[in-house]
Design a protein around this ligand. Structure first.
Ligand code: HEC
Ligand code: HEC
Length: 167
């Protein structure tokens, strides 16, 4: 019987170890995003282009939780945000939600409004122009988790409502 104790302790240590690492990674991710931009306090128009769910995904520091959040820009290759864009997201069950971008190009879906079942399909549209994501997102609630700037092997680049060419 006594032989079991050390191995049980080893199992307990292994179970605690990775959890500790996750917290450190999360703290680093939050810190890497830096402070608030001058003149824009925490709220619907702050931190455009950032992966909202790093902070609004339930691990803090924000208490307000989202299931989805991101930023849409106006014209491919330019940095102006796109206001009034309808962001439509459909989940694997066929349920869908539409959110509208604000003056910073930001949109979000509060967690208590919708908890989608991944994978998801999305499109953005405004004034008769629609850009559709052709592949499914299988995991990320933050659009910027994939759509980081600049585009490259690991990113399709920012989301534009007026995109001249598909990546
Ligand atoms: C680095 C962390 C961080 C990131 C990234 C971040 N936020 Fe926030 N946000 C906060 C904090 C902290 C607050 C303060 C209120 C709270 O605790 O929920 C806040 C507040 C908000 C609020 C007001 C919530 C309320 O009702 O009190 C909204 C809306 C919001 N953020 C939207 C966004 C959007 C959209 C994005 C992505 C484009 C984003 N945030 C990215 C940390 C962040
Ligand atoms: C898991 C990674 C991933 C996530 C998360 C993701 N995308 Fe995408 N998205 C892509 C890739 C890769 C492409 C390019 C290929 C394609 O169209 O499928 C793309 C293309 C697009 C396009 C078409 C091209 C363009 O810029 O007009 C739109 C629109 C789009 N995504 C919207 C969104 C929105 C809105 C969100 C967040 C709700 C989001 N995506 C989250 C990977 C992702």
């Amino acid at each position: 019987m006594r032989g079991y104790l050390p191995s049980l302790l080893a199992v307990a240590a292994a179970a605690i170890g990775p959890l500790g690492c996750v917290d450190i990674v999360h703290t680093d991710q939050v810190q890497a995003l830096g402070g608030e931009a001058p003149g824009v306090g925490p709220g619907p128009t702050h931190r455009p282009g950032q992966p909202c769910l790093v902070c609004h995904g339930g691990q803090g520091p924000a208490s307000f939780q989202m299931s989805l959040g991101g930023t849409v820009y106006d014209t491919q290759g330019q940095s102006a945000p796109a206001e009034g864009v309808q962001v439509q997201i459909e989940d694997i069950t066929g349920a869908s939600v539409t959110a509208t971008t604000n003056s910073a190009g930001n949109f979000f879906v509060p967690l208590d409004q919708w908890q989608p079942k991944f994978p998801l399909l999305m499109q953005v549209s405004r004034g008769g122009v629609t850009q559709q994501m052709l592949t499914y997102s299988s995991r990320e609630g933050s659009c910027a988790g994939c759509h980081s700037n600049p585009s490259g092997p690991r990113s399709p680049g920012p989301i534009y409502v007026n995109a001249s060419q598909k990546p």
